[in-house]
Design a protein around this ligand. Structure first.
Ligand SMILES: [Zn+2]
Ligand SMILES: [Zn+2]
Length: 363
């Protein structure tokens, strides 16, 4: 079958929409008609770095199941699904439902091929790398690993639900599962893009006493305040760690860093009270080393987090319930673009003009 897909090619500034061929579902796979796909910074980062090419990215797909491959029994054609991270299902992490720490997380999500080395996409007989996060959702159809699909209620538009697959789930899961924030805790959130704002909403949801948002973009800080931040700090106004310590006397019990500037790592550690934990979701973009004495002297911890430590099949339906109750209004982060405006969506995400771009597919 011929579909439209956004293809990342060597040296191109943005993915280009091209006609490609998609295979029929093999065992354990599903064909999903993509209704919408979010764009996450990981798409932009992978597009800009050397790797498998040509490659169809996209890992926040939402759509309708059209066909099932052999052996898929827990889904049916017509089901609405959100696509999330891929995993092997058999390694020690998967057996503990810690899917984002699957021992095969890199090949299964970034390798561009099925475990047997084949790809479901091609163009004039030439291979196109796909299976990004098991889905490659920047396309009108996805041949996804059925493990990635989370069935969602059909009465909420899929274009709203798409970002639950990665960014929103990561921000909320980091606060709820990884940092285990609770009543009376305080958190400083560095970088309030989609992941950081989801963290702000989750921190309010669990009853954190103080939620401090740090960012350079005034419109994002204003949104953070509307979504639950008790304090906001313009990162250009001085040493954010010192401002946080002044606000809280001893520092915060937790920090959550979604930025990749080395200064954000330094400050997210320096703002911690003794026994505080600093979570982060991306590697620093330049050389950085923690202040080991500060870590040691207060029993502080620095904690890497992937995917918010969630089990998507449990966590995504829970977030949808909170959304229905009006307690997790993540749709406030979204701006929609038609699929053909993918270049504009990439640019607006890079500059921070748009918090969460979601592409609507012409299906
Ligand atoms: Zn695994
Ligand atoms: Zn992502």
């Amino acid at each position: 079958m011929k579909i439209q897909a956004a293809v990342s090619r060597e040296g191109a500034r943005h993915p280009q929409i091209e006609a490609v061929e998609i295979e029929d579902p093999r065992p354990g796979e599903i064909l999903v008609r993509i209704v919408a796909s979010g764009i996450c910074h990981t798409d932009i980062g992978v597009h800009g770095r050397p790797g498998p090419r040509p490659f169809v990215l996209g890992h926040e797909g939402a759509g309708v199941v059209e066909r099932l491959g052999p052996g898929v029994t827990d889904l049916a054609p017509g089901d609405h699904v959100v696509l999330s991270v891929n995993f092997c299902g058999e390694c020690p992490s998967c057996r503990r439902n810690a899917h984002s720490y699957c021992y095969e997380v890199l090949p299964r999500n970034f390798g561009g091929l099925r475990p047997d080395g084949s790809s479901p996409l091609s163009q004039n007989g030439a291979r196109i790398f796909a299976r990004f996060f098991g889905q490659s959702s920047l396309a009108t159809y996805s041949l996804a690993d059925a493990r990635c699909a989370i069935k969602v209620p059909a009465d909420i538009p899929l274009e709203i639900l798409a970002p639950l697959g990665c960014g929103v789930q990561t921000g909320a899961g980091s606060v709820i599962h990884s940092l285990r924030l609770g009543t009376g805790d305080s958190v400083a959130i560095f970088g309030v893009g989609a992941v950081g704002l989801a963290a702000v909403m989750a921190a309010r949801l669990v009853g954190a006493e103080r939620i401090i948002a740090v960012d350079l973009v005034p419109s994002r800080l204003a949104l953070a305040r509307e979504l639950g931040a008790t304090d906001t700090i313009d990162a250009s106004s001085g040493d954010a760690a010192k401002i946080i310590r002044d606000l809280t006397r001893y520092g915060v019990s937790h920090s959550f860093n979604t930025a990749n500037a080395p200064i954000a790592y330094t400050q997210s550690l320096a703002c911690l009270a003794p026994r505080g934990v600093a979570g982060f979701v991306a590697p620093p973009r330049a050389e950085w080393a923690p202040d080991m004495f500060h870590l040691l002297s207060g029993g502080r911890a620095l904690r890497g987090i992937l995917g918010g430590d969630t089990t998507p099949s449990l966590f995504i339906p829970m977030l949808i319930d909170y959304y229905r109750q009006g307690r997790f209004p993540f749709d406030r982060l979204i701006k929609y673009y038609p699929f053909e405006k993918i270049a504009e969506a990439f640019e607006d995400s890079t500059t921070g003009t748009t918090v969460k771009p979601v592409l609507r597919m012409p299906n």
